[in-house]
Design a protein around this ligand. Structure first.
Ligand code: ATP
Ligand code: MG
Length: 979
């Protein structure tokens, strides 16, 4: 489409025209003109049937129009193969240039993904005359001005699937977009225009020019810079020597972690690296889109959103394998209720899918992922980071993180190579340099500078804020870099950052201070619609610009909803602390109430925010209701740790209410679900304590159903973490309770669980009886969905284990194959691991070590992929034993020892004992019989104490096969069922 091509335009559909007539009179305004067309459309449609050609063109035009309208643009004309639109007219828009860039970026990404054709876009901002009445004329252009011609010209100059910006647009959108300089474009012989190519639209605003120059930190900057350089030099071929995938900069608040990271992000952009920024908030910001959704949108090159089916199709098209893609799509669009264990597994699989997407995207263009404030990291991001660390070694991906705590989350360092860098306070020279560049070098300022340096102890944030207070107090006057002494003040500088910031807020006008306080109650990041409702001010009358100029807040998101954040986390904390308790409670209550309303129903994260605000406002019933719903929502999104904290909030709130019937039931249910979420989240003590309390409450209120549910959960936990004696007595109680006093009529899941405990205790006949009962109760499953999990696969595995140990003459191998098959057919990785653990037990007893080794390897890779390490220690111990038996003695023993140690550390006594048993076998095998004997004595004591009867039986059997004299190695065979 050329500028001249405008005259061939046709009038857009009537509906659109109607809104355009809003401003009839011609007026002058600044706007951004948008031209977009299909590259080589004539060649593209020439060979096709006219109807197909029309469908193709219309499809592309629809994409253009959809995104233009989504970002608030006005389609002026639909031309044969393109669109001409304006942002900023007929209604003025403050951020027309950013909106136009966002629309252009979205269009190009969507078209590029479809791969049927290419488009090009030209944007130019400038003064135009807008005449809405021209829209009524077939050939009229409502906008007239140089920018219109320039935009059309830039579109022609643009490469396929690229967006070309005039320098005027680039200047207006600079804080929000990434771009690189491109050629000059001639409008006429004398009129040339500077241009840029759009690289992407940022999620957060970049603040250029407001910062003081960075001082110090040279060494660390060089290290991180060279990691970046390696990334961009080598976009496709993996580096010869893989460097750490992740670097974490740690240090206390205000030392400059974010500053350093933003500098590196800027360098990365300059190097052509794609920068993806994730900023974790202390409190989930209300209204912000989910981080994962944004990341996936970014990696897929299309804006997040759409339906589950669309997401799945896009993820599959990017080359992610089916089950992983499904897990990710399921996580992005959660619908059905999901159990905590399944949610944990799904998150792990989805995280793998994200890692695969990242690899594909990074091979196209290297990626720098910036993750700010790891001290607040949630489950979702943690899982994704682990998956990236595990899978992306050698890929052109670099992760930079910041963390207030010196030690990064352990799970990250276990997942891959993470290099930490600790920031210390600025040294005296650098602190002085910072003050010099802020205040200038007037010798009269020297003593103030000395005083500031003494006070701030090398913390740049503190230094900068101190100067600001002095400026506010008029003790300093003049511009940044050229200050002089102002009016002498008798007021001392406050000693703490907290007091210092409070002093700054005190100087605000009352109205602005009230707005700032209201914002602080909403959170470090706040939705402007919500702030407006809370303060009763209309959005335009909120003093946002003033607060932003004074350095309190920054605009951090424009679309889809306007959002601001406190300039610094410390600023938020200080303002919040400065509000009286009563006022805080009132404001929190009001926010909770507003979030209930229709107007905010669609805000993502609404329930969690409402729960927290209601909790702070002591609105207990609301906190219980919202906390419970938000906890379930978190589980659906596979966020176990967040779910635990929300359920815990609901429990606390519920405990404030009178313990009558309904509240009591709610209290029990909340504890049960809290325990279920806490276990996969790794919080074992909490899970056990909550369960105990739930069962106690249920008994107190005569609620047998709930008591049973609690008992079943307790049995499973005690089986692994506590004593079997206890597990068995709990199982017995559960059987009676479930069967109305008759274990035989108990629920099959309870029977299976009890059977499992009996097997472990060596009561194989008892176990068999229970399994037979459960086996006959197929009908149960169909008719009692809900509280109990599926019994199918675990039952088969239990049957396999029991029958094999009972020496029933059954073919152990056949049973084993059947159980493995059933597990592999199902969708839960945990069952696959579980089946392999017990099949491994049989192989071990049969002395089939090469097979045992292969099976353990397989199970360990499933558990790593699914991040489901519950049984890893057992698997490692068995693998170690297989290695010893196959001649790799030292390596094998070390692996067993490590497994035992880590099981003991987790408190998984059963697993530690199984590992020790492997160690005894290994020691015996290599002839260290004395050591083996000593270990045996200790293990026998543990086995007695915790009631591990099956293990005790194994030990006794091994003993009979031992040589009588120490120091002699006997060749012994293992006898197992089926041999
Ligand atoms: N080396 C430096 N040179 C100049 N300014 C700095 C330096 N380090 C930090 N600053 C400034 O100090 C302020 C605080 O820094 P920054 O926000 O990066 O701290 P942080 O370590 O990320 O703190 P938090 O943990 O609270 O997020 C910012 O205004 C930043 O620009
Ligand atoms: Mg920071």
């Amino acid at each position: 489409m050329s500028a001249a091509g405008l005259q061939f335009g046709f009038i857009a559909p009537g509906a659109q025209r109607a809104d355009l007539g809003a401003t009839e009179e011609a007026d002058r305004r600044t706007a951004t003109i948008f031209f977009c067309d299909i590259v080589n459309s004539t060649q593209l449609i020439a060979p096709s049937d006219p109807e197909d050609a029309r469908d193709l063109l219309n499809g592309v035009m629809d994409v253009m129009v959809r995104h233009i309208q989504h970002y608030g643009g006005t389609v002026c004309q639909r031309l044969g193969d393109g669109v001409y639109a304006v942002f900023g007219a007929p209604a003025a828009q403050e951020n027309h240039a950013v909106r136009a860039c966002a629309a252009a970026d979205a269009i190009v990404r969507e078209i590029a993904r479809g791969q049927t054709c290419a488009v090009r876009v030209g944007l130019c901002s400038g003064e135009i005359v807008w005449d809405g009445s021209a829209l009524r004329h077939q050939n009229g252009s409502p906008a007239v001005g140089r920018a219109v011609h320039a935009a059309a010209k830039l579109q022609q100059a643009s490469q396929p699937n690229r967006v070309r910006l005039a320098d005027s647009t680039a200047a207006l959108a600079a804080d929000w977009v990434d771009m690189r300089a491109a050629d000059l474009v001639s409008l006429t012989a004398l009129d040339r225009i500077g241009t840029f190519e759009l690289l992407g639209v940022r999620r957060r605003r970049l603040h250029r020019g407001q910062q003081l120059p960075m001082v110090g930190r040279e060494v660390l900057r060089r290290t991180l810079s060279s990691a970046l350089a390696a990334l961009s030099n080598n976009p496709e071929t993996p580096a010869a020597k893989p460097a750490p995938l992740m670097h974490i900069v740690s240090g206390e608040a205000g030392l400059g972690k974010s500053r350093l990271l933003s500098l590196l992000a800027a360098e990365a952009r300059w190097r052509g690296v794609r920068v993806v920024e994730w900023s974790i908030s202390a409190i989930e910001p209300v209204g912000a889109p989910q981080l994962l959704q944004e990341l996936v949108g970014e990696l897929l090159d299309c804006p997040a959103g759409g339906s589950a089916a669309e997401s799945l199709a896009a993820i599959l098209a990017a080359g992610v394998s089916h089950p992983l893609a499904e897990a990710l799509a399921g996580l992005l669009h959660p619908v059905a209720d999901i159990s905590p264990a399944a949610a944990t597994e799904r998150l792990a699989m989805a995280a793998r899918a994200v890692a695969e997407l990242a690899i594909v995207a990074a091979r196209r263009r290297p990626i720098l992922l910036v993750v700010e404030d790891l001290q607040w990291v949630g489950s979702e991001l943690l899982a994704v980071l682990c998956a990236l660390l595990r899978r992306c070694r050698g890929e052109p991906i670099l992760i930079l993180g910041s963390n207030r705590a010196v030690r990064p989350p352990e799970i990250l360092t276990e997942a891959g190579e993470v290099r930490g860098h600790v920031l210390s306070p600025l040294n005296a020279g650098d602190a002085r340099a910072l003050l010099d560049s802020y205040m200038g070098r007037d010798p009269a300022l020297a003593s103030i500078k000395d005083e500031l340096q003494r006070r701030a102890q090398g913390n740049p944030f503190f230094l900068i804020e101190c100067v600001r207070v002095l400026v506010d107090q008029e003790a300093l006057a003049g511009p940044v870099g050229g200050m002089r002494l102002g009016t002498p003040t008798s007021r001392r500088l406050p000693d703490s950052v907290q007091a210092l910031l409070a002093a700054r807020t005190d100087r605000l006008a009352a109205a602005a201070r009230d707005v700032l306080r209201a914002a602080a109650v909403i959170g470090p990041t706040f939705d402007i619609g919500l702030l407006s409702a809370l303060t009763g001010c209309t959005v335009p009358s909120l003093p946002l610009a003033g607060l932003s100029d004074a350095g309190f807040i920054d605009e951090t998101r424009l679309l889809p909803r306007l959002e601001y954040s406190f300039h610094h986390a410390l600023m938020h904390e200080a303002v919040y602390e400065g509000i009286t308790r009563r006022e805080r409670q009132r404001l929190h209550g009001r926010v909770a109430e507003l979030l209930e309303g229709e107007h905010f129903a669609q805000l993502p994260g609404r329930l969690a925010a409402q729960a927290r605000h209601a909790d702070n406002a002591k609105l207990w019933p609301v906190a219980v209701r919202a906390g419970r719903a938000a906890g379930k929502e978190a589980l659906q999104r596979s966020l176990a740790a967040e779910a635990v904290s929300l359920f815990a909030l609901a429990v606390r709130a519920n405990d404030q209410l009178p313990m009558d019937g309904e509240n009591a039931r709610t209290g029990i249910d909340l504890r049960l679900i809290l325990a279920r979420a806490a276990m996969p989240a790794g919080d074992r003590d909490r899970a056990l304590a909550e369960l105990e309390r739930a069962v106690e409450l249920a008994h107190q209120t005569g609620d047998e159903d709930r008591a049973l549910a609690g008992l079943v959960q307790q049995v499973s936990y005690e089986w692994v973490y506590g004593g079997l004696h206890h597990a068995l007595s709990l199982a017995d109680r559960a059987l009676r309770l479930s069967g109305g006093g008759q274990p035989s009529s108990a629920h099959p899941e309870v029977q299976i669980l009890a059977a499992c405990c009996h097997i472990e205790a060596g009561n194989l006949e008892e176990a068999q009886k229970l399994l037979d009962l459960a086996d006959r109760a197929d009908a149960w499953q169909a008719h009692h969905p809900g509280r109990f999990m599926m019994v199918d696969c675990p039952m088969l595995i239990a049957i396999m284990r029991a029958r094999c140990q009972l020496h029933q003459g059954l073919d152990a191998s056949a049973l084993m194959q059947q159980a493995l098959q059933r597990a592999d057919d199902g969708s839960y990785p945990f069952n696959r691991i579980y089946a392999r653990v017990y099949a491994g037990e049989i192989l071990q007893r049969q002395g089939r070590y090469p097979e045992l080794l292969a099976l353990c390897n397989e199970a360990l890779s499933i558990s790593a992929a699914a991040a489901s390490p519950l049984l890893d220690n057992v698997l490692h111990a068995r693998r170690g034993l297989a290695l010893v038996e196959l001649g790799r003695r030292i390596e094998g023993l070390a692996e067993i020892e490590q497994a035992e140690h880590s099981a003991a550390e987790r408190g998984a006594i059963l697993h530690a004992s199984l590992a020790r048993y492997c160690r005894i076998l290994g020691l015996t095998r290599i002839g260290l019989l004395r050591d083996a004997e000593q270990e045996r004595l200790q293990l026998e004591a543990t086995v007695q104490r915790y009631g591990y009867g099956l293990l005790s039986r194994f030990l006794a059997e091994e003993r009979q096969l031992l040589p009588c004299e120490t120091g002699v190695v006997a060749e012994h065979t293992y006898i197992g069922p089926g041999d």
